[in-house]
Design a protein around this ligand. Structure first.
Ligand SMILES: [Zn+2]
Length: 350
């Protein structure tokens, strides 16, 4: 399907180039007497470059890149492969030399990879560009001491493939409790027609999708709709589930002059919460590029005071700042916020 689409794009662009050249030919004939042969040659050269660029642009649109290959070992070994567009793959076995391989169609690998494993019968996981003609194929090979059963799970967006090998037991997923601040009768900050509770839930839901597509996380939400949940109850959900991480999502209301992201922490029970706050603060600052208020120690907040698991509270942006209010209205900004929090969770827990 993808190949057919890319062929169609290239055909269409070639047709366009041809039409354009034909039209220019007519114009050139008319101008021949004015500019002479030299002028016409230059134009042809420019046209050739133009056509070349058009074809290249369509090619760039059509290809899929391998973005990352990660190997996680627990009771079993999971290999998580992420791509820039939906993937199609084929599986093969070379029983003579104990190799299992996955071929990703129309997919480019920028750099060869070799990851030593030494667990669950896997010697190493290697990735290379196996073919470039007639199409690009990236091959991921599992060098094994003994071929064993595997499971391959493709995410809903078809951009993440998780290959599990080994004991057959499920990899222990990291439990993440997401807490979209406020809800129901508690709107949080209200500035012009924006209510904080809706922004918090929107970002948290986007984040939930990213985490679940990854395959390495189990997500528990303290609320999934516009309902009131008491502060103590939110902390209880994190404690009861023995979360690996508790992430509270808010948006800020600050006096004039304040802008950017802020991360709150309480390190009285867990000293590592301060470092955790730094991870979130840094990633959000970098991705959102709206400025920074910094991290703040808050020992008085009910949720941060009552959690017995690692956790922080992020104030994504200042609703009181006009520029940030405008940004918060866009899906792109809210998606970027979710992505930055997701990146922080990956760094903090894996
Ligand atoms: Zn809030």
């Amino acid at each position: 399907m993808r190949k057919k689409m890319s062929e169609k794009i290239i055909k269409d662009k070639l047709k366009l180039c041809y039409k354009f050249l034909k039209k220019m030919d007519k114009v050139e004939k008319k101008r021949y007497n004015k500019e002479g042969i030299g002028g016409i040659r230059m134009k042809k050269l420019f046209l050739l470059i133009f056509c070349f660029l058009m074809i290249n642009i369509s090619y760039a649109e059509a290809v899929n890149y391998i973005q990352s290959i990660d190997v996680i070992s627990g009771n079993g070994t999971s290999t998580v492969i992420k791509t820039s567009a939906p993937i199609q793959y084929k599986v093969g076995k070379l029983t003579a030399n104990q190799k299992l391989y996955f071929d990703f169609q129309d997919t480019i690998l920028r750099e060869k990879k070799s990851i030593p494993v030494g667990k669950n019968n896997i010697i190493s996981v290697r990735a290379a560009q196996n073919m470039t003609k007639p199409s690009y194929v990236t091959r991921v090979v599992f060098d094994m001491t003994e071929l064993t059963d595997y499971t391959a799970v493709l995410s809903e967006d078809k951009q993440t493939l998780t290959i599990s090998l080994g004991s057959g037991e499920e990899i222990v997923k990291k439990k993440i409790v997401l807490d979209p601040g406020h809800g129901g009768s508690d709107p949080g900050a209200v500035v012009s027609d924006l209510s904080e509770k809706h922004l918090n839930l929107d970002i948290a839901t986007r984040l939930q999708t990213l985490l679940e597509a990854d395959g390495r996380f189990e997500v528990i939400m303290t609320r999934t709709s516009d309902v009131f949940v008491a502060l103590l109850e939110r902390a209880e959900i994190a404690n009861k589930n023995k979360a690996d991480l508790f992430v509270c999502i808010h948006n800020n209301s600050m006096p004039t002059g304040f802008k950017g992201v802020m991360t709150l922490y309480n390190d009285t029970k867990l000293a590592s919460n301060k470092e955790l706050a730094n991870i979130f603060q840094e990633k959000l600052e970098k991705k959102l590029n709206m400025g920074s208020i910094g991290t703040r120690l808050r020992t008085d907040l009910v949720v941060l005071k009552n959690i017995e698991v690692p956790g922080i509270l992020v104030e994504v942006a200042c609703m009181t700042n006009l520029m940030e209010r405008r940004a918060l209205r866009t899906e792109t900004f809210r998606q970027n916020a979710a992505q930055a929090i997701y990146d922080s969770i990956v760094t903090a827990t894996l």
